[in-house]
Design a protein around this ligand. Structure first.
Ligand code: ME8
Length: 734
């Protein structure tokens, strides 16, 4: 093992809703990098976890009617279960509600307070609960980041003197000491920094679900404060290593992080707030509030940054579903479990297994490989990328079933058939004579050999630049080259020839193909750990995990494949997937109303919810409408006052608007067929009446959960039913 260490982190995910493939994407990329650095012999630490404090979680828990801790336990558990099913190799999973983390965050806060970088002030501003951040907008205006309505908060707050770090941060990023990639994100951060930094409010007193501000700061305040959730969350990267605890061995080994991997929307938190907190820990800096911010020479910051700041932050783009960002608040998510459950049954039964179906963990790992490959191959890292079930199946069939999997089966079956399963002896350099077909196949085989090392040298830097898609494209090219060699040389024809030269070529072609597969398998290992391990064992090479750990995969040597060695037991790697699987996955994602739920009313013009895309099946005989209903019937309908927090058009849907309504304890997405009569601007901030207990349904890939009340006459403009401003949001109409 080399002396080099590699510490990679993912964001810690909020526990306000269950994971979706956006979260899986970041975690997969981190896992791929961790596996690669382990095979390079570097001592690697891979951290992920969950972000469990803040108002958003408190409100979600209240909406679910449970204590925030119970809520966090449950959702954090679903993240951990999913990573286990997928074979993610994180070394630690941090939860911000763990007592070790809480104590360490208090230690961080207390240190910054002591240094004079935190002080108490009163602040009034607009707060975006969804982003958990104060934003620079006028009261009543939406958040510039996410478009949701902001709330006016006036609070006594602890402030962090962020403004003192504008210059050092610009210097560190411009010099590349803190690497921010891709370039667009670096420019975004630099222009934000150059626009000037305001001090940052880092405590809240209007709710309690957070880490209490510690003494002595706590006694200085007139109210109880909890630490701002982003300070709490960002600190996870060091608290997980034991910072602020009695055992900081991991911290001394792995900090500073080599890479914080994040989605593009949280780049500023990672490239401005986080490094500023860390710079402020420098004991050479003391800040007395009566003075201007302390100025240290750039070299001092730079020296501190070498041991205290992460080396790199890289941001990937968003997974889009039906053209908009996949997110839990929009409800247009795809759950990773759907993909595991749909592809898992395709997992070939291992040789000698008793059951007809492979064991569930194997199926999950098999299916996880397919998602890993798709996300890394399909989306150029750093850019947004659309996800669809059709594209997933097409890519799987083209590259994995017909490409890699087919090549492995085809080649190894021929080695089994013509050479009794032992690797044949090649004679690559024997003269080809003047037979053009022989010359051609020998030249193709020799070219694969000659490129064996250079290909690896060319590919490894692509990986290090996160150019996963290009990297995988190159591996697929290698697979095509070997496929072409087989098609051109037609070993099945050579096998029938009695000429010694043809027999020699047969051995050579199959030897070279096995080498090509061995190389492709090693190169694909970080992305397809499960499938490549099966292929490696079929090649007779034993355990791929052991080969990775021993450093053998770092740079494969041609000479390490020995003629005469025996193949392992053979079997399919990636069977073809039927296109019908796409529909199956779509159905799995569509919530089915429980049998006890009353049939959803067919939207009459009076109700301003959108008509379903597929008209609801109409009963042939119309039930007679009862002339009166009982009070109990009416009580089943839950009508509540809501405020429209977000309103926007839906691409390619002329009649629909996507709304997010605030119900006081939760925020709901509702799709409403009123776009012909209302613009999004007409609607923002309006207090309306919503039927809240309708079963959710999906339209255009988005979930609609509830219906607005409106009055209209046959096909005319629906007039939204409203309530006076004094009617509290969330109150029930009875
Ligand atoms: O922001 N496409 O948590 P979060 C790609 N707790 N990646 C996506 C995605 C999408 N559609 N949706 C989510 C938080 N992600 C904070 C982080 S870190 C100290 C605190 C991924 O649950 C992506 O990595 O909102 C994104 O940055 C992260 O999940 C946001 O997760």
């Amino acid at each position: 093992m080399s002396d080099r260490t590699f510490y990679v982190t993912t964001p810690i995910y909020y526990v306000n809703a269950r994971p979706h493939i956006g979260h899986a994407y970041t975690t997969i990329v981190a896992d791929v990098l961790a596996r690669r650095h382990r095979l390079l012999g570097e001592k690697t630490y891979f951290l992920t976890g969950t972000d469990e404090h803040g108002q958003k979680i408190e409100r979600s828990a209240a909406a679910a009617g449970v204590h925030p801790q119970a809520f966090a336990d449950q959702v954090s558990g679903s993240f951990q279960d999913l990573w286990r099913r997928m074979g993610i190799t994180h070394d630690a999973f941090i939860r911000t509600t763990s007592s070790r983390h809480k104590l360490a965050v208090q230690h961080l806060f207390a240190t910054l307070y002591e240094r004079g970088f935190i002080e108490l002030r009163t602040y009034t501003g607009q707060y975006c609960v969804s982003d958990e951040a104060f934003v620079e907008v006028a009261p009543g205006e939406p958040c510039p980041e996410c478009g949701r309505i902001t709330e006016t908060l006036s609070e006594e707050n602890f402030f962090f003197k962020l403004s003192a770090f504008q210059r050092p941060l610009i210097d560190l990023i411009e010099s590349g000491q803190l690497s921010v990639t891709p370039e667009t994100r670096r420019n975004e951060v630099l222009s934000f920094l150059k626009g000037g930094l305001k001090d940052l409010s880092i405590s809240r007193s209007s709710f309690t679900w957070g880490i209490p501000v510690p003494e002595p700061a706590a006694s200085a305040a007139s109210q109880k404060h909890v630490i701002y959730v982003w300070m709490d969350a960002l600190a996870n990267y060091i608290t997980a290593l034991g910072y602020g605890s009695s055992d900081d061995t991991l911290f001394r080994t792995f900090w500073p992080a080599d890479l914080h991997l994040v989605g593009k929307e949280i780049i500023r938190f990672h490239c401005i707030y986080w490094p500023a907190f860390l710079l402020a820990l420098n004991p050479r800096l003391q800040h007395n509030s009566s003075e201007t911010p302390p100025v240290l020479p750039a070299e001092e910051h730079s020296a501190w940054a070498r041991t205290w700041l992460p080396q790199a932050v890289t941001a990937h783009g968003w997974l889009l579903f039906e053209e908009s960002k996949m997110s839990k608040s929009r409800g247009n998510i795809v759950r990773t479990e759907t993909i595991l459950d749909a592809f898992g049954p395709l997992c070939p039964q291992p040789e000698g297994a008793a059951d007809a179906a492979a064991a569930p963990p194997q199926r999950d790992l098999f299916a996880a490989d397919i998602l890993r490959y798709f996300l890394l191959r399909e989306i150029p890292f750093g850019q947004d990328g659309g996800f669809s079930f059709d594209a997933l199946i097409t890519r799987y069939n083209a590259d994995l079933a017909n490409g890699y999997g087919n090549l492995v089966s085809r080649t190894l079956n021929m080695v089994a058939q013509y050479f009794g399963g032992s690797i044949p002896e090649p004679s690559l350099d024997s003269p080809a004579g003047d037979d053009p077909a022989r010359s051609e196949r020998r030249a193709m085989a020799a070219a694969i050999r000659d490129d064996f090392h250079t290909l690896q040298e060319r590919l490894h830097p692509l990986f290090d630049r996160y150019a996963f898609s290009d990297y995988l494209l190159e591996v697929m090219r290698l697979i095509s080259r070997v496929d072409n060699l087989l098609s051109t040389a037609a070993p099945w024809k050579l096998a029938k020839s009695s000429q010694p030269e043809d027999q020699r070529d047969l051995a050579t072609i199959l030897f070279v193909s096995v080498q090509g597969i061995r190389l492709a398998t090693a190169l694909l290992y970080p992305v397809l750990p499960f499938a490549t391990a099966r292929a490696w064992a079929q090649l007779g090479l034993g355990s791929l995990e052991e080969a990775a750990a021993s450093g053998e995969l770092k740079l494969l040597q041609w000479a390490d494949l020995k003629p005469g060695a025996s193949l392992g037991p053979l079997g399919a790697i990636f069977p073809r997937a039927d296109k019908g699987l796409a529909q199956k996955m779509t159905d799995m994602e569509t919530p089915v109303a429980p049998a006890s739920t009353p049939a959803e009313p067919v939207p009459a013009p009076v109700a301003a919810s959108a008509a379903p895309e597929q008209p609801a099946a109409q009963p042939t005989a119309q039930p007679t409408t009862p002339s009166s209903i009982s009070i109990d019937d009416f009580a089943k309908i839950e009508l509540r006052v809501a405020q429209i927090a977000v309103a926007e058009r839906i691409p390619k849907a002329d009649k629909l608007l996507r709304l997010e309504v605030d119900l006081g304890t939760e925020r709901r997405q509702i799709l409403s067929g009123i776009a012909e009569w209302y613009t999004p601007e007409d609607l923002l901030g309006r207090r309306i009446i919503v039927i809240t207990n309708l079963a959710p349904r999906k339209m255009r890939g988005l979930e609609s959960h509830g219906m607005l009340l409106a009055a209209s006459q046959d096909g005319g403009k629906p007039h939204l039913a409203t309530v006076p401003d004094e009617a509290p949001i969330g109150s029930r109409l009875k």
